[in-house]
Design a protein around this ligand. Structure first.
Ligand code: AR6
Length: 175
């Protein structure tokens, strides 16, 4: 399916309308892809996150939800920040919460009028989601969504080849 692109790289370099950040509920930055996005995107992103916290989510962004900010100095125009589930805390809701991250981000991208979006492998780093399980959920969720929208391109951007290979292997029989 050429509406889905699977690649290795640094998501902060993606020249798309919107990239997705695997944030935490504070929206104040952190390590992993979150840290990379804030570093590369500059202070404008943090400023916008502060405003969202103050005006919309004083207690933090709940897991599975998503919000949008400027892309600051990134090539991407926007960043959608979502909070993935912490694998050892989400119990029976893990799959649903992870799928919500993807769905809510895609919905915002449509509202923004974006025709392309790039995702990192949400929750598979510090939050410990098993990569095979996350691959299945991410791929199926995006694939289902794209069945309704043939004008949208979705990239899955992996930080290294190993993670990309795990993803490809897991989804192979579903392509
Ligand atoms: N481009 C693409 N993928 C990346 C990049 C990058 N520049 N950097 C890392 N990854 P993680 P999480 C991959 O830990 O598990 C933060 O501190 C990485 O290899 O960034 O959702 C937040 O503030 C991994 O596969 O996000 C939260 O506190 C994937 O991105 C917490 O981590 C996600 O790893 C969120 O944890």
């Amino acid at each position: 399916m050429d509406k889905i692109i699977i690649k290795t790289g640094d998501i902060t370099k993606e020249n798309v309308c919107v990239i997705v950040n695997a944030a935490n509920s504070s929206l104040m930055g952190g390590g992993g892809v979150d840290g990379a996005i804030h570093r590369a995107g500059g202070a404008q992103i943090l400023e916008a996150c502060r405003k969202i916290r103050k005006e919309q989510y004083p207690d933090g962004l709940p897991t599975g939800e998503a919000v949008v900010t400027t892309g600051g100095s990134l090539p991407a125009k926007y960043v959608i920040h979502t909070v993935g589930p912490v694998y050892h805390q989400c119990g029976d809701n893990c799959a649903l919460l992870l799928a919500s991250c993807y769905i809510n981000a895609l919905k915002i991208a449509v509202e923004l009028g974006c025709k392309d979006i790039a995702f990192p492998a949400i929750s598979t780093g510090i939050y410990g989601y098993p990569k095979e399980k996350s691959a299945q959920i991410a791929y199926e969720t995006v694939k289902d969504f794209l069945e309704e929208r043939d004008d949208m391109k979705v990239s899955f951007v992996f930080h290294n080849n190993k993670n990309k290979e795990i993803f490809l292997k897991t989804i192979q029989e579903k392509r």
